[in-house]
Design a binder for this molecule. Structure first.
Ligand code: SF4
Length: 299
């Protein structure tokens, strides 16, 4: 039992309210990917995912216990089902898998990620000379895959500094975004590029990302402490945390055991949010632990 229940002093100090963000946890794309994975497991085939299916280590571990195996891109593949992750995979690899008759390809690429891939493909078909800017993280699997659809025409810009340094003679610059970017970073980069180039902007940040960022921001303004739940490898969770920490004290955690009691001293309202790849069971575990700490009766 937590010491909060043993000491009157602590009960008094730590009695705080907990508020959960209106939009938190699994988005449509991640839920779809998990459903497809679980269905494939039930069919008792050999099921592989290419890299982690989503960026949440605990959920990936849960699926591994059910029988899923994670492939490295270089692995030799025999007869099996391969689930493509929500972030998508590079164009050539996708083509190679499709040709392989031994592989039952289950495409869990989020339709919103696919939409951006299709925009890049179409832009290339219309005019292969124009540059395509991707606003996003260079090493993120979604951006790596997206870049491959541009066949050498894509340039990735992560931040304003890189946008300032970007110099090309291309008449028109097309701009797309990683689906989980912040609107602020996207707008700031577009603003810089507009000063130097003629630009065509495709805002491909997905609605689930926008909703989670908006809710997190709103909540952070009204609490003393924010707990952001999700994989440390999750881009969208990390950005939620970055948004919140500009407003109030914020901790990005993965599991209930990461919580430290000392964070809650003198806190009156705690806000909780979670990235689009954070499953409900983790959010519930953490919510339970926070409630126990706070000795909450009512929200
Ligand atoms: S965050 Fe958006 S793009 Fe990414 S999986 Fe979820 S719905 Fe799809």
């Amino acid at each position: 039992m937590y010491d909060v229940l043993r000491s009157n002093r602590l009960i008094k100090n730590r009695k705080f309210k907990v508020k959960i963000a209106k939009n938190a946890g699994f988005c449509f794309g991640v839920r779809r990917a998990i459903n497809l994975t679980e269905k494939a497991i039930q069919k008792k085939n050999k099921v592989y995912t290419l890299g982690p299916i989503i960026h949440n280590p605990q959920e990936v571990e849960r699926l591994k216990k059910q029988g899923i195996k994670i492939l490295k891109e270089s692995s030799k593949i025999k007869k099996s089902s391969i689930i493509l992750r929500t972030h998508g995979i590079p164009f050539n690899l996708h083509k190679k898998f499709k040709k392989n008759k031994n592989i039952n390809l289950i495409d869990a690429t989020c339709p919103f990620v696919k939409r951006t891939q299709n925009i890049v493909k179409q832009l290339l078909d219309i005019n292969s000379k124009e540059k395509i800017i991707i606003i996003g993280e260079k090493n993120h699997p979604e951006v790596i895959a997206l870049k491959s659809y541009g066949k050498g025409k894509c340039v990735i810009l992560e931040n304003c500094q890189e946008a300032q340094n970007f110099k090309r003679k291309s008449k028109l610059i097309n701009i797309v975004s990683q689906t989980t970017q912040t609107t602020k970073n996207f707008r700031n980069i577009v603003k810089i590029l507009k000063k130097k180039h003629k630009v065509k902007v495709y805002n491909t940040i997905c609605q689930a990302t926008l909703d989670r960022q908006k809710s997190a921001k709103k909540l952070a303004r009204n609490v003393d402490l924010m707990i952001v739940i999700g994989g440390k490898n999750s881009g969208n969770t990390t950005r939620l945390s970055q948004i919140c920490e500009k407003i109030t004290k914020t901790y990005h955690i993965e599991v209930a055991d990461d919580i430290q009691e000392k964070w809650f001293q003198k806190v009156k309202i705690v806000g909780v949010t979670a990235g689009a790849s954070t499953p409900n069971w983790i959010i519930k575990n953490i919510e339970k632990k926070i409630k126990e700490l706070a000795y909450i009766v009512n929200y």
